[in-house]
Design a protein around this ligand. Structure first.
Ligand SMILES: Nc1ncnc2c1ncn2[C@@H]1O[C@H](COP(=O)(O)OP(=O)(O)OP(=O)(O)O)[C@@H](O)[C@H]1O
Ligand SMILES: [Mg+2]
Length: 264
């Protein structure tokens, strides 16, 4: 498994609160890397630091892109980082409710192709919409992957919760990412939907994508992850294979609690 993303020594404080303290992790191609930990452990802040949503106080984050080019992400903005091949979903789903599902997903492709709003207007007026049609085809493929083609032309605002999460994943996939960061994708999903999500993650892993998964659904985490990093109070508590993390007494004490019994 090749190293796609190396995250080293990430620090982020908010007015004295150490949200992320010296976190390092590796994301490999064709692997699922989970980040777990209790509420407030710093998981989302870590994602925000990686994707440029939040500027870390200190970090060395390096992406090995297509063709082997290495990029240091620390100084780059959100859009540039997305264009290099990092896509994400958010803990609180962010869809444009008054747009159709497919139009929401098309927006993911805009990032990948550095195809800005003005270029979109130009494409419509001068290019006959050729690029837009290509983006729509990519969006439809992404919707197919998450089993949402039937809802493609519905308003995003009409989707139920599980489908909203799937639409957000499709939007991230439309960017054709090297690395996909998912912030609690199973939240609000029923068991059937979560099992479908698990199958999707396995498919994406087979395709060689590097997946980073923040998740509280321990069954999903334990069944799909290659490596698990456990955070607590901003710090790395431990990391390892699912089997070893599930029985680590520090993890059980900090996070799993009585749910641990069902994991062993
Ligand atoms: N923009 C911000 N300003 C101030 N404090 C923040 C900000 N973002 C996060 N925090 C704080 O940083 C800590 C880590 O928050 P974070 O959202 O990263 O945790 P988390 O592990 O994702 O939790 P959860 O499982 O509840 O989503 C929390 O104490 C939170 O209140
Ligand atoms: Mg969070």
């Amino acid at each position: 498994m090749a190293d796609l993303l190396t995250v080293r020594h990430v620090h982020k404080s908010f007015a004295g609160l150490k949200a992320v303290q010296d976190i390092s992790l590796d994301v490999h191609a064709g692997a699922v890397t989970a980040v777990i930990g209790p509420n407030g452990a710093g998981k989302t802040t870590l994602f925000n630091c990686i994707t440029g949503v939040t500027k870390p106080d200190l970090a060395e984050i390096t992406l090995t892109g297509r063709g082997g080019a290495r990029s240091e992400l620390g100084a780059l903005d959100v859009e540039r980082i997305a264009r290099l091949g990092i896509a994400r979903t958010f803990q609180q789903v962010r869809l444009f409710d008054s747009l159709s599902v497919i139009d929401n997903v098309v927006l993911g492709g805009f990032y990948r192709h550095a195809f800005g709003w003005w270029a979109a207007v130009g494409d419509r007026l001068i290019g006959g919409g050729r690029r837009h049609r290509a983006l729509r085809a990519a969006a439809m493929n992404a919707l197919e992957r998450v089993a949402l083609t039937r809802q493609a032309f519905e308003l995003a605002g009409n989707l139920d919760h599980g489908n909203r999460r799937r639409a957000e994943i499709a939007r991230a996939l439309a960017a054709d990412p090297l690395v996909l960061l998912l912030d609690e994708p199973a939240a609000g999903m029923n068991r059937v939907e979560t099992d479908q999500l698990m199958a999707l993650l396995r498919d994406l892993r087979c395709d060689g994508m590097g997946i980073v998964l923040i998740e509280h659904d321990m069954k999903l985490v334990m069944q799909v992850s290659d490596r698990i990093y456990v955070m607590d109070h901003g710090e790395l508590l431990t990391s390892g294979a699912p089997d070893s993390v599930a029985v680590d007494p520090r993890v059980i004490e900090a996070y799993l609690g009585k749910a641990a019994a069902s994991l062993c």
